[in-house]
Write a protein of this length. Structure first.
Length: 254
């Protein structure tokens, strides 16, 4: 109310100056601290210059999984979820691996290779998306034409040094029975709704309490079918989804 009153009585320039005084910043483009991957902000992102972050992020980036783009903030979110997961009982799963960028970064960040009590399952068709999994609205978004650069052998090589990483080649949902385990961290990044929901349903009872599910595509415009499907999923399970400015969605298993 006070805001509206100020707006109506003060000239715009004075109101802007007051806003700067109150909030300590101006909306000037040269103040952006982060400006890629669909996210532009003036907020602090000093995690980017943490040496541990830099080393792990570079390891992930070196696999050419992200089409030359930078996705630091998304990776920061994944690291947060992984740090949480490593303290819980259970294994790690990524559905949608491509060339292994996210998984490699996570493994390096938390030293997963040394955790022989845990397994990291990397699940992918390594052949892209199945046409029969798409609904019309997804076909219209041209999801089938996405130029994945799969190289199954290269993924096997990239993870060969870790005894506790299993690369599982096959289609979700059919292949999921090969990952029958308690889960402490789940990343879902399949870029199409049907198998993503099937994976979330399959792992729901297997997820330990406190484990995070990171939905990579939740807020991305071209993946609105997934958003609708996950909103319904979350309502069925009685959990909220945190919609992140990175485009990701975050669920914590109660
Ligand atoms: C966006 S990419 C994953 C990117 C990856 N998270 C990374 O770090 O670069 C999506 C992946 O999902 C896989 N995929 C899509 N639908 C699938 C399905 N039904 N079963 C298995 N893999 C699938 C594709 O082959 C592709 O590698």
């Amino acid at each position: 109310m006070v805001k509206d009153l100020l707006k109506s009585v003060l000239p715009t320039r004075i109101a802007d100056a007051l806003r700067v005084l109150l909030h300590g910043h101006e909306n000037q483009t040269d103040e952006f601290t982060y400006d890629h991957d669909g996210l532009r902000t003036i907020h602090n992102c000093d995690f980017i210059s943490d040496p541990r972050f830099i080393q792990a992020y570079r390891a992930g980036r070196s696999l050419d999984s992200w089409f030359g783009g930078d996705v630091e903030w998304r990776v920061h979110v994944l690291f947060w979820a992984a740090v949480r997961g490593i303290e819980l009982e259970g294994d790690f799963v990524e559905c949608g691996v491509h060339r292994g960028g996210f998984s490699k970064a996570i493994i390096e960040y938390i030293g997963f290779g040394k955790r022989q009590d845990k397994t990291f399952y990397l699940v992918d068709s390594f052949e892209g998306i199945a046409e029969e999994h798409l609904v019309e609205a997804e076909k219209e978004k041209n999801l089938l034409a996405f130029p994945y650069q799969h190289n199954y052998e290269a993924v096997l090589n990239a993870f060969a040094e870790y005894q506790n990483v299993k690369v599982i080649k096959g289609w979700v949902p059919e292949i999921l029975s090969e990952v029958d385990t308690r889960v402490a961290f789940l990343s879902i990044d399949l870029n199409n709704a049907l198998p993503e929901i099937a994976a979330a349903e399959y792992f729901w009872e297997r997820l330990v309490s406190g484990a995070a599910i990171v939905l990579d595509d939740y807020g991305w415009k071209q993946h609105f079918v997934q958003k609708q499907a996950f909103d319904e999923f979350a309502a069925r399970k009685g959990v909220p989804i945190l919609s992140l400015p990175t485009g990701q969605g975050l669920i914590i298993k109660p």
